[in-house]
Design a protein around this ligand. Structure first.
Ligand code: NIG
Ligand code: FE
Length: 415
């Protein structure tokens, strides 16, 4: 029974966990287990074995020599909006000239701008636009991704987005988890109470009937949805079997963390505007705080207080928020650099945050997030580098040489 793929002479096999474990919190976030001078074997798309190079099996259908290179588990990006119809660089220029995110949104730009474009495009057209982004994130090491709706804002267009998200998973090999985010913005032609009624009476039953969403999300923010509106929508989603996650405390300290804890959200995401009260509340709760450093960077917001959260014993996840308005990049290596440079996380903490902790908040720990026997063989092989810290240090450069997705070599770039 020959192996399908053998990666030999790895300088370090990163995030090796012999046993299935939970997410990592507090001090444990700085523990990133690395097996030096190692091999890893792949069979039927799964990790079948690994260990010291001296124990490497001799034969496999294909062998890669990883001398001088680290091998990491693929990234799990637990927060994206990568299904969208068009970019929004015109708003980017307005922001450079001084407009704020809220001003652009209030003038009909922002999410409503993206909604117009989604409503005008066919499902196939939307798939074609979005799949190139999926291929792009695979090349930068993402192997599992959460994709939200929220730019449809009508029942048919929200369903269209979620169908496209599912199709991306089926056609690329990316593991995709979907989230219904109908409560992302209120369309101009309706009122908020009427729109919330539409979400509850029409959208949620339709999404559930087609089994299109694993999760439900709300943009809980001043000018968007209040904590009590957020709670109502999330509680209704829970009744349809969707676990809640929230856009919380991005632009203001708007009470999103409190709602997240109250409804038992799986994660509260953004957190640019939280204080000690929110950090205290997150202790002793099973809610994963998630930082989206690409959005904080792009909008010039304060970065979430990662150090404070980790030092308080909390876990932390890092995701990209890939979307056309506030984070037009799904590049997880760049997010890890931002985490280290702007949020003072160590390279070990940042890699844990973008692998095992994001896998935990997408309920994918049985298959993703670490190098563990039986998990999917979705791996990153780096270029030859001196040390692990070189990866976040060399921000913006491509340190990935090859990506293996479910045991299949996706790209072998020339160094
Ligand atoms: O996560 N904050 C709300 N949603 C997105 C941005 C959406 C947009 O501007 O298109 C975010 O940042
Ligand atoms: Fe988002």
């Amino acid at each position: 029974m020959a192996l399908d793929l053998l990666i030999e002479n790895c300088k370090g096999l990163v995030q090796v966990r012999d046993q299935l474990t939970t997410c990592v919190s507090g001090k444990a976030m700085s523990d990133l287990p690395i097996l030096a001078d190692a091999f890893i074997a792949i069979k039927d798309g799964l990790i079948s074995d690994y260990g010291p190079q001296s124990n490497s099996p001799a034969i496999a259908k294909k062998v890669i020599d990883a001398t001088g290179r680290f091998v990491l588990p693929g990234f799990v990006d637990s927060h994206t909006h990568l299904v969208f119809a068009a970019s929004r660089e015109e708003e980017f220029v307005l922001k450079i000239k001084g407009a704020t995110y809220e001003q652009i949104a209030a003038a009909g730009g922002g999410i409503l701008n993206s909604a117009k474009k989604i409503q005008a495009i066919s499902e196939d057209g939307l798939f074609q636009k979005s799949i190139s982004r999926a291929h792009e994130i695979i090349r930068t090491g993402t192997c599992a991704v959460e994709i939200k709706s929220g730019y449809g804002l009508t029942t048919k267009d929200e369903l269209k987005m979620l169908r496209v998200a599912k199709r991306i998973g089926a056609e690329t090999g990316l593991t995709v988890r979907t989230t219904f985010l109908g409560a992302h913005a209120v369309p101009k032609e309706t009122t908020k109470p009427d729109y919330i009624k539409l979400i509850i009476d029409e959208m949620l039953p339709a999404v559930a009937a087609e089994k299109l969403a694993d999760y439900i999300d709300v943009f809980c923010e001043t000018g968007f949805f209040s904590p009590s509106e957020t709670e109502l929508v999330l509680e209704t989603g829970i009744k349809y079997g969707m676990r809640p996650r929230i856009h919380a405390n991005q632009l203001n300290n708007s009470g999103g963390v409190q709602v997240g804890v109250k409804v038992g959200a799986i994660s509260v995401d953004h957190l640019e505007n939280i204080g000690d009260e929110e950090i205290d509340l997150l202790k002793n709760n099973n809610v994963m705080p998630t930082a989206l450093p690409g959005a904080a960077f792009f909008l010039g917001l304060p970065f979430p207080p990662a150090r404070k959260m980790i030092d308080a014993g909390l876990p932390l996840a890092i995701a990209s928020d890939y979307n056309p308005g506030s984070a037009p990049s799904g590049n997880m290596p760049l997010m890890i650099s931002f985490a280290c440079i702007k949020m003072k996380m160590t390279p070990e903490e940042a890699i844990n945050a973008a692998t095992i902790n994001t896998a935990s908040c997408l309920e994918l720990l049985a298959s993703h997030g670490s190098v563990t026997k039986g998990k999917v063989a979705s791996l990153i092989i780096t270029k030859p580098v001196n040390s692990l810290a070189y990866l976040p240090y060399s921000f913006g450069s491509n340190w990935i040489e090859s990506v293996i997705l479910n045991g299949k070599i996706i790209s072998q770039l020339v160094c």
